[in-house]
Design a binder for this molecule. Structure first.
Ligand SMILES: [Mg+2]
Length: 439
């Protein structure tokens, strides 16, 4: 059953100053049937109240809880850390509301969004801070955005200059990555199988929906065409030309789960079957609000010390300040694995729940060690700094929930993902293991 819709805005609800035909009627009809409509936008420069006013200007009722922006998702990601922000009223207001301390000298993060006052000095400052150890975060990678005055270069263009300037890749909050949609799912408080995401862009809306494990509908009212669809490896659940067509599909699915829909409506092969009962791992992911980790599994940062260690007190390999310590929850299930990587700091793993986890460690001299975490094995394990490590559940039917504590604290700058070819060359004796646990 579909109980909520995540709607893109530009090209989906409106195009420039025009409503997309049928969008308002569709949204009103959906709400009348009890479906929640959440407008989710990659843009971070407008306050939520302004986004609401804009949506209302098309005659579509909208209140602040109906809107989610990347400024809100970025604020959640930054958490209690300090930030240097490239951005306008929307993100600055949201960060102020969340109590995020702005710092242009020694911030924990550099957050890049859309800013018309952006200039060479701002770019240089951002690059310096990132090189000194601040985490590089980008609200969205959009190359351009539509303003009342026309098409403007977007956040992605600004971020690209910083990425080239500092030589490091950012963490991306918005579509096509899944963090924005993961926040939307938590905001709605519903299981993923009850949510449909709707958008006009295959490469952003639909790709993010797939990454966030949501059903998706591509509506051909904006950027993407059927020709794009034919060329793309991204396949939405549904493709529709118009809102009346989408309404029919949503109502069929809303009224009757696919398993019982046969008598009432033709069974469509492109509708997923209802989800299986929630697994223990699924319950932890939901209850602990875990996000997909870029290198496998699910995680959420649970602690970051407020105090920092200055760069001058740390070994030179850090190249910047670090918080005293950080901790995360981390979950792996089934055939998923955490690929070989290494950190600059020792990492302490704590077993919490599930069947158990196998840690594979390769020391710089090639010495191999397997450590098993679980109730019947070790409850804690230390992975020394600079040791390559990969992790996997003890069997394809298993899962494990663990905690990982790092001191000095973690930043993505200190995370080095192992390249398969490099590791093969350095540790040929472990060829098969490296082959299996790298991507
Ligand atoms: Mg769009």
């Amino acid at each position: 059953m579909i109980r909520a819709l995540i709607l893109d805005l530009d090209g989906t609800v409106y195009r420039g100053r025009e409503e997309v035909p049928g969008a308002g009627t569709f949204i009103r009809n959906m709400r009348a049937r009890g479906l929640r409509c959440l407008f989710v936008t990659n843009r971070a420069n407008r306050p939520v109240s302004t986004v609401c006013e804009h949506i209302r200007s098309y005659g579509i009722p909208c209140d602040p809880p109906d809107v989610l922006t990347t400024a809100q998702a970025a604020a959640e990601y930054v958490g209690n850390r300090s930030a240097f922000v490239i951005g306008e009223e929307g993100i600055l207001g949201e960060f102020a509301r969340c109590g995020i301390r702005l710092d242009d000298q020694r911030p924990d993060c550099v957050v890049v969004s859309f800013e018309r006052a952006f200039n060479y000095e701002r770019m240089r400052r951002a690059c310096d801070l990132i090189r000194q150890g601040a985490e590089f975060i980008v609200t969205n990678p959009d190359a351009w955005l539509r303003m009342d005055e026309g098409i403007f270069p977007g956040t992605g263009a600004l971020a690209a200059s910083i990425e080239v300037g500092c030589g490091l890749e950012p963490v991306v909050i918005g579509k096509p990555e899944r963090r924005l949609f993961d926040k939307a799912v938590r905001h709605l408080g519903l299981p993923r199988e009850d949510i449909l995401t709707i958008g006009d862009n295959l490469d952003t809306d639909i790709r993010a929906g797939l990454r966030a494990e949501l059903r998706s509908a591509l509506i051909l009212t904006g950027v993407s065409t059927r020709a794009d669809l034919a060329r793309s490896d991204v396949k939405p659940t549904w493709v529709v030309d118009s809102y009346p067509e989408l309404e029919q599909l949503v109502m069929q699915e809303h009224a009757a789960p696919a398993s019982t829909a046969g008598a009432a409506a033709p069974v469509r092969t492109d509708i997923r079957q209802p989800a299986a009962p929630e697994t223990a791992a699924g319950r932890w992911i939901r209850e602990l609000q875990l996000d997909r980790h870029p290198e496998g599994g699910y995680f959420r940062e649970t602690y970051r010390a407020a105090e920092s260690i200055p760069a001058s007190a740390l070994p030179g390999r850090y190249g910047g300040t670090r918080s005293f310590a950080t901790s995360i929850h981390f979950l792996l299930e089934g055939r998923d694995f955490s690929a070989f990587h290494r950190l600059q700091s020792d990492e302490v793993w704590h077993f919490h729940a599930g069947d158990g986890l196998r840690l594979h460690l390769i020391a710089p001299d090639g010495a191999y060690q397997e450590i098993r975490l679980g109730l019947d094995a070790h409850l804690q394990a230390v992975v020394p700094a600079t040791c390559w490590v990969a992790a996997e559940p003890v069997s394809p039917a298993a899962y494990a929930l663990v905690g990982c504590t790092v001191a000095p604290g973690f930043t993505f700058t200190d995370f080095e993902l192992g390249r398969r070819a490099d590791l093969h060359q350095r540790f040929p004796v472990h060829f098969a293991l490296i082959d299996r646990l790298t991507r």
